[in-house]
Design a protein. Structure first.
Lengths: 458, 93
């Protein structure tokens, strides 16, 4: 039976591998997800066949409670709330690995027979990584859902405190690994939970795509460490796959911002508001009325929408889709240009626009849209800011210099939909708004787009 | 020996993970993330053992039980929400 279970674990691992692979391509993604779910089901079922599994009622109750809660949230969530839900699920996964490590530690302690240093070390790692994942994801959840300010929070002595905690962690970790001291183990758990909070608090909202991808990676590594603790190969493999793929996603996000992972995590970007804001801006922001904007749009042959987090906040995606349809009927070519780090989660804008039924073919990646930008009549920037800031290509003193942007400033006319005159999350002045070709449409993005639609219908 | 074997598997899986998703179109970043997030719920296997195995008793069992609930939320919610998202990514034409 043990053989059969292990072979089934191998099959499950293969299903995970194919699942991840297929998630990487649009045609196969849904099937890939189903395959990996099948792998998970297989792993769960054969585990129940293991010798020594006796308490089925307990298992059934646990599975039932978890499935009801998870299923309910998955059904209920709005697409705009996707980033925080993913963060929350991720945090639960991390905490689950902590509990698995803790249960094993408790079992060994209660048995009276000391465990090996290898097992203890694995338990320490599972609890450490899982603990950081849990509280880190929780803070990310609070920031993303707006229950906590999205700004980077820093305080004096933060680095010193982190260093101190790190030293405590290393000492407590070594003691736990050597002799399984319960007090030292609790210290590891406590410090890990604290480090997760302290690690994410100083990171601003705009850097959340990187943070979420990284936390995702960590939750995988925590599961892998738990696998070492209980000598289970499927945990090791599946956890490690997630760890590696999450790390890749984080680096893709970092590249899209032209920053290193270290800079995102420890740079407290956005805390020093306007620090080194670069050269003085010339010109002024010129507002335009909805009616005048309509006349320009009516004559436009090609229109590009550039959505950002502001579109998600205003829930404007359905209105945007409707305006896009009207423009198409009017004879214009319509595209949606999406920056890799627009929004608060990797691919955030794609999910929103897909929810609004925007055809897949209209969603264009940054690298595909930039070469044709100079032929575009009107670029409509909806709640995006830093990802369209020309300072990134022109102003060498700007903190975001070198970050790839969507070159909307090359379009013939730019309409920028914006709530007010303030700066974006990074606190940087966006020189795009001061360009001669840019016109500002102030107000709630959804209302503005809706009144544009009304103009067309009249 | 057991630990060496597991390490061996770990290292190979890491390389495989890096190779698997070197090039993913950005529109699939969210589903990829939430889908792989569901896979990290594999820790559910450990939680099943801890909450139902005869070797675990007292507190250890309850830790396992809490872990089981959390991991199940992660697994069930993660897969369902990924599927829901991908269902919307249909091409219209």
């Amino acid at each position: 039976m043990e053989q059969f279970i292990n072979i089934s674990y191998i099959v499950a691992s293969v299903l995970f591998i194919f699942g991840i692979k297929m998630l990487g391509s649009a045609d196969t993604a849904r099937k890939g997800n189903a395959l990996s779910a099948g792998g998970m089901l297989l792993a769960i079922v054969v585990t129940l066949l293991k010798q020594g599994i006796v308490d089925f009622p307990m298992i059934a109750i646990g599975l039932l409670i978890g499935a009801v809660i998870g299923g309910f949230w998955a059904k209920k969530v709005q697409m705009t709330g996707m980033p925080e839900l993913v963060a929350l699920f991720n945090g639960f996964g991390g905490l689950a690995s902590v509990m698995v490590g803790w249960a094993e530690f408790q079992r060994i302690s209660a048995s009276g027979v000391a465990g090996t240093a290898v097992t203890y070390t694995a338990i320490v790692l599972a609890v450490l990584i899982g603990g950081i994942t849990f509280t880190g994801s929780l803070i990310a959840y609070l920031k993303l859902s707006g229950k906590m300010g999205g700004k980077a929070t820093t305080f004096g002595g933060q680095k010193l405190l982190n260093l101190l905690l790190f030293v405590i962690l290393v000492i407590a970790g070594i003691i736990t690994s050597m002799n399984g001291n319960y007090g030292a183990f609790i210290a590891v758990l406590f410090v890990a939970l604290l480090l997760g909070v302290l690690g994410v608090i100083p990171i601003g909202g705009g850097d959340m795509p990187v943070v979420i991808a990284l936390l995702n990676s960590l939750s995988g590594l925590a599961a892998s460490a738990a696998g070492f603790a209980i000598n289970n190969n499927v945990l090791v493999v599946a956890g490690c796959l997630v760890g590696a793929s999450g790390l890749i996603l984080s680096t893709i996000m970092c590249k899209a911002m032209n920053r290193t992972l270290g800079n995102v995590l420890f740079g407290s970007f956005g805390a020093a508001a306007g620090g080194g804001a670069g050269a003085k801006v010339e010109g002024e922001m010129k507002p335009v009325s909805v009616q005048d904007a309509y006349y320009v749009l009516e004559a436009a042959q090609s229109v590009v929408f550039v959505p950002g987090y502001g579109m998600a906040v205003a829930q404007a995606q359905h209105a945007v889709k409707e305006l896009g349809e009207i423009l198409e009927k009017n004879g214009a070519e319509v595209r949606h240009a999406i920056h890799p780090v627009a929004g608060r989660m990797p691919g955030h804008m794609n999910v929103l626009l897909a929810e609004a039924d925007v055809p897949y073919e209209q969603l264009t990646e940054m690298d595909d849209v930039n070469p044709i930008m100079s032929t575009v009549d009107v670029a409509i920037v909806i709640g995006a800011n830093d990802v369209v800031n020309p300072a990134a290509v022109e102003d060498e003193t700007s903190p975001i210099y070198g970050m790839p942007i969507i070159n909307v400033h090359e379009a013939k006319t730019v309409f920028a939909l914006k709530r007010g005159e303030g700066a974006g999350f990074s606190g940087l002045v966006n020189t795009l708004f001061f360009r001669p070709s840019t016109r500002m449409l102030y107000g709630d993005a959804k209302e503005t787009v809706t009144s544009l639609i009304a103009e067309f219908k009249d | 020996m057991e630990i060496i074997l597991l390490l061996f598997v770990f290292v190979l899986a890491a390389f495989l993970g890096f190779e698997l998703i070197s090039k993913v179109p950005s529109q699939l970043h969210t589903p990829l993330m939430s889908g792989s997030n569901a896979i990290s719920g594999i820790t559910i296997v450990g939680a099943l053992l801890a909450s139902g195995h005869q070797d675990f008793g007292g507190m250890a069992k309850w830790f396992g039980f809490v872990g089981l609930i959390l991991a199940t939320i992660n697994v069930v919610g993660g897969y369902l929400v990924t599927d829901r998202m991908l269902g919307m990514f249909k091409s219209k034409k």
